[in-house]
Write a protein of this length. Structure first.
Length: 97
């Protein structure tokens, strides 16, 4: 994949963006597999929700966002939505076991 400054037209840029998005979605799928696997180690609904871990994770993502030159508020919101979805799914998985 070409670096952004080496792309010669908008189509090359869009193709690269699409490839990155595909990789991001694949990585999220892998993350979700770990979330489901974690359910077997949880002993209560509160341990699934793990509010302390959730808040600490959000703070770390904010730091990583800043380091990457991204808006930490946007990244925090993205992770809040994503992880809340994963928690809901993990709860379903945990309750079914």
């Amino acid at each position: 994949m070409k670096s952004p400054d080496k792309c010669s037209d908008i189509q090359e840029i869009r193709t690269c963006i699409d490839e990155i998005d595909k990789q991001v979605i694949s990585a999220l799928g892998k993350r979700f597999a770990y979330v489901k696997a974690a359910a077997k180690f949880k002993i209560s609904e509160n341990s699934v929700k793990a509010p302390e871990r959730f808040n600490a994770m959000l703070q770390q993502r904010r730091v990583w966002a800043e380091e990457a030159g991204l808006n930490p508020d946007v990244i925090e919101k993205l992770y809040q939505d994503l992880v809340n979805y994963f928690i809901d799914e993990e709860l379903k998985h945990w309750q079914s076991n």
